[in-house]
Ligand binder design. Structure first.
Ligand code: ACM
Ligand code: ZN
Length: 535
């Protein structure tokens, strides 16, 4: 079982056998139904807890929402959770204890509680799009490892993925792009599908946080409604990955109003208290050349374009606050003049020239979700981010400053999908490496061999159930195998860019080459590799 139980386990006399078809149950019906379904049983809900074999109820004790206790006796089991999330987690532990052919386990009492309240995974549905059923399959697998947040990246340059009834061109135009071979690629989740996914996740202890990335990464929105951009010029939805100059105009009042209406619509689908506003990688050329944006800077006494981004984001943050929502932004939020103190930062820092602007996370009181690139970016191949690198990752900023655990609400595994084309590639990149993040969020350890043995048991279960994954050997390559994998990945990436557009990936990198790697590689190839292999 991953994460391993971290808490008290008291063994008792006797064995509990799960009834073979119908089970008398009492308490949290949706969560119990999920549990029974996983074990191919049917719940029969009772009026009184005394009549039930399995009871699952909320009993708050002032711990993290995911905390639970389990009391397994010969004839009955009681699951108590801090909140519904804890009830789900207790039922997940019971599921693993009973998932042998005998469907039995020894009597015992367990108290278990996570170290961190946020144990997340991000799915990028924009670069590549998975059908709703496959999103649910990923949620199911992550729930079985007691993860509790899906950060769902639903708007980016390459596609807008939520059905909008208010702004239909977001789907008519913004959800589709032309691929280099002339085919049309895309799709979006209907509002009905989204509601169904949100319910499915909640019944498994997972809340969904939608992300509408702004003001950059908005080419798809601007393609749909060109007036959202500074000069209203027509653009198409791009297929290339990268960073695009197109950006929402921060000088037009109509854009602020558009964003508010869109937030209204998206909030109506996602009940969780948090909303992710993105805020990463927003080039400012258009703003520099836009009279309206420049007027906004002057009229609001702003120090420049970075401050204009803070101003723009605050319109959305303040608006969401009136709807009772709190916000998350990528760490670029800290680059501007002012980001409200209750905005949760998702730390991923990429650009070494900007080191220093995230010090609030290490030295102040700013709370973050920790997702440092590339260690938490599991779309990177294991050659770059091997299992052991994730397992041994440290809570440090990119410049080495330690982040105190009081400032870390938890960890998130990110699955950007430029190169994750389908469910199988998502799952193979995720499993087993995400286990290290699930484990870290519950309670981190440093016994790698022991952790690998837990992974092996879990992967065996996945294989028996036909769920795609990588073996430990594939997920943790060493020596020449690792270097070969990285070189081959690099070359395939570069040939994609050469065929389809400018090879921007490696341009900025020219560092020294260690002899071991010299061979026939070009310096920029080697420096890309060094950058991504270093911790
Ligand atoms: C990011 O990777 N652009 C947050
Ligand atoms: Zn503008």
């Amino acid at each position: 079982m991953i994460p391993e139980i971290y808490g008290e386990i008291r063994k008792e006399e006797g064995i509990f056998h799960l009834p073979s078809s119908e089970i008398r149950c009492f308490g949290a019906e949706e969560q119990i139904s999920v549990f029974c379904n996983r074990l191919d049983r049917k719940p029969q809900f009772c009026e009184k807890s005394d009549d039930a074999v399995i009871t699952a109820t909320i009993v708050p004790r002032g711990l993290h929402a995911g905390s639970y206790s389990l009391k397994i006796q010969k004839t009955r089991v009681a699951v108590e959770g801090e909140e519904l999330e804890g009830v789900s987690n207790g039922l997940v532990t019971l599921f693993w204890l009973l998932s042998s052919p005998e469907a039995s386990c020894s009597c015992q009492s367990i108290q278990d509680s996570p170290d961190y309240e946020y144990r997340g995974f991000m799915i990028d549905s924009c670069r590549h799009f998975l059908p709703a059923e496959e999103i649910k399959e990923m949620i199911e697998q992550c729930s079985l490892r007691k993860m509790n947040r899906l950060h769902w990246h639903l708007s980016d340059d390459q596609g807008f993925r939520i059905e909008s009834k208010l702004f239909p061109a977001l789907n008519r135009t913004g959800s589709w792009r032309k691929e280099p071979d002339g085919t049309v690629y895309g799709g979006f989740y209907t509002q009905e599908e989204i509601r169904s996914i949100v319910d499915f996740a909640r019944n498994r202890g997972i809340e969904i946080i939608p992300e509408i990335d702004m003001p950059g990464h908005t080419s798809a929105m601007i393609a749909a409604y060109p007036d959202l951009g500074c000069d209203s010029s027509k653009i198409s939805v791009p297929f290339l990955p990268g960073i695009f100059a197109d950006i929402l105009c921060a000088g037009k009042d109509e854009v602020v109003i558009f964003v508010e209406r869109l937030l209204d619509e998206v909030c109506s689908l996602f009940p969780h208290e948090y909303f992710h506003l993105g805020g990463d990688e927003a080039p400012k050329e258009h703003w520099k050349n836009c009279s309206r944006c420049q007027r906004r800077i002057i009229n609001n006494n702003l120090s420049g374009e970075e401050a204009l981004q803070s101003w723009f984001m605050r319109q959305a943050i303040d608006y969401l606050a009136t709807k009772g929502k709190k916000c998350i932004e990528w760490n670029e939020a800290l680059e501007g003049d002012y980001t409200p103190g209750n905005v949760l930062i998702q730390y991923w820092e990429e650009d070494p020239s900007k080191l220093g602007y995230c010090d609030e996370i290490a030295e102040g009181n700013r709370k973050c979700i920790f997702s440092l690139r590339p260690v938490f970016y599991l779309d990177f191949i294991p050659g770059i981010v091997p299992l052991r690198r994730v397992f041994f990752s440290q809570n440090k900023l990119q410049d080495g400053k330690a982040v105190p655990s009081k400032n870390i609400v938890g960890f998130e595994a990110c699955f950007w999908s430029e190169r994750l084309l389908d469910k199988s590639s998502l799952f193979r990149h995720a499993f087993p490496r995400i286990f290290a993040i699930a484990q870290k969020g519950w309670h981190s350890g440093n016994d790698y061999e022991h952790f690998v043995s837990l992974c092996q048991q879990d992967l065996k279960w996945m294989n028996e159930n036909g769920i795609p994954n990588m073996s430990i050997e594939e997920a943790d390559p060493e020596g020449d195998a690792r270097i070969d994998a990285v070189i081959s990945e690099y070359r395939s990436m570069m040939s994609f860019f050469r065929e389809n557009g400018e090879p921007e990936v490696a341009e900025e990198i020219l560092e020294a080459i260690p002899n071991k790697l010299k061979g026939e590689m070009k310096p920029e190839e080697v420096s890309w590799i060094i950058r991504n292999l270093s911790d």
